[in-house]
Design a binder for this molecule. Structure first.
Ligand SMILES: Cc1cc2nc3c(=O)[nH]c(=O)nc-3n(C[C@H](O)[C@H](O)[C@H](O)COP(=O)(O)O)c2cc1C
Length: 364
């Protein structure tokens, strides 16, 4: 049903400005009586960060920024949903247009700049569905004009940790000037010290909430060494690799749109994001699990992420081009991979290719 509806709706959605199409999709998901996806095969189950995921496929941050449709997405078969990025105070983000499709490349460029309804509105929605079950994480960011950005993260941890399945510290959006500087060793150490401290305070009254760190795929390997070192020393629960890229691969065909400022996602991001995932995996040495995100648009790409080191995966841009049927397609591809190797669980594939991927010549 949903597949047929989507096939009919997609040409119409693609005729709209990408941001209008997105708003309409959120409205449809919020209102439509959605069928519940079939229950997941237990071989797809993943245990990570102390949570039990029914399957490893998550909706990446940015799709449901304001927590309007997490339950619709879970019904449609996602194993988890990452709401946000949410900022403490509401903010509009950058002027429109600020989202662009690269159709021939199956890519997206966005420079939204953390448009958010703000913490209070999102908290209210998540609190209202707190007993509905399912894994719903929250991705948090600082307001653009915050005097003390670290204080913004601390405030958001205090507010959201009691009701979110996990909290992601997003310091990798390229669209808030200076935000990515928080990835540098000294700044990151200070940020994580204060964030983990805030999480410990909340734990005493509300129980533990995993804290994940989402990084950019544009870090140099020396910067990655530092980021992983600090994340391990400060004992974060996991990392997400990664956000959109400021680079423009030479292979891009939509040359004119590629000149738009912003972060690139979708298929052109897959090689870089998967390489950075494997580089992160070999540095983390199983201290915590990783979520692999960037360019997944097929079962093969999902499997490549897992083999490069991802215990869980997330996607967003491919939904624009492939629709929600992609989630079921990935599940069946992962099950086929397990059957091919006579395995009972995806955990046996995690990182199988990490060493080989990091040994490849660096991408041009
Ligand atoms: C329109 C758009 C908005 C996004 N907004 C956010 C965001 O608010 N916070 C965040 O951490 N990542 C955001 N992302 C990045 C995605 O979560 C993901 O890391 C990235 O798009 C790579 O995955 P993909 O190639 O499957 O899209 C956004 C991506 C897109 C395309």
């Amino acid at each position: 049903m949903i597949g047929l509806f989507e096939r009919l709706a997609r040409p119409f959605l693609h005729a709209l400005d990408p941001e209008d199409a997105h708003s309409l999709t959120i409205k449809m998901l919020a209102c439509a009586p959605l069928p519940r996806a079939a229950g997941d095969d237990k071989r797809l189950a993943v245990r990570a960060f102390g949570l039990n995921f029914p399957n490893p496929i998550g909706m990446a941050a940015g799709f449901d920024k304001n927590g309007e449709v997490p339950d619709a997405l879970l019904r449609l078969g996602f194993g988890f949903v990452e709401t946000g990025t949410v900022t403490p105070l509401p903010q509009r983000g950058n002027p429109r247009p600020r989202v662009f499709r690269l159709n021939a490349d199956r890519g997206v460029i966005n420079r939204l700049g953390f448009n958010s309804q703000g913490a209070e509105a999102v908290l209210r929605r998540l609190a209202a569905r707190a007993n509905a079950g399912g894994i719903v994480g929250i991705n948090i960011g600082a307001n653009k004009d915050a005097a003390d950005r670290v204080a913004d993260y601390v405030r958001l941890i205090e507010r959201f940790a009691p009701i979110a399945s996990y909290v992601t510290i997003n310091i990798s959006s390229p669209n808030t000037p200076g935000l990515r500087n928080l990835q540098q060793a000294e700044a990151l150490d200070d940020l994580l010290a204060r964030v983990i401290d805030a999480r410990e305070r909340v734990t005493r009254r509300a129980g533990p909430t995993p804290v994940l760190l989402k990084i950019a795929p544009d870090l140099s390997l020396a910067e990655l060494d530092d980021a992983v070192g600090v994340a391990r020393a400060r004992r974060v629960d996991g990392m997400i690799v990664g956000n959109t890229t400021l680079t423009r691969p030479a292979s891009l065909r939509e040359m004119k749109i590629a000149k738009e400022a912003g972060g690139l996602s979708g298929r052109p991001l897959l090689p870089l994001a998967t390489r950075m995932l494997a580089e992160t995996y070999v540095r983390v040495e199983s201290a915590f699990p990783l979520i692999g995100v960037g360019g997944i648009d097929s079962g093969a790409a999902a499997l490549a992420k897992i083999r490069a080191g991802a215990s869980l995966i997330q996607l967003y841009s491919a939904l624009v081009f492939r629709g929600l049927g992609l989630v079921a397609e990935i599940k069946s591809a992962l099950l086929s991979a397990l059957e091919r190797d006579s395995l009972d669980s995806l955990s046996e594939l995690v990182g199988a290719d990490a060493a080989a991927v990091t040994a490849e010549a660096w991408l041009g």
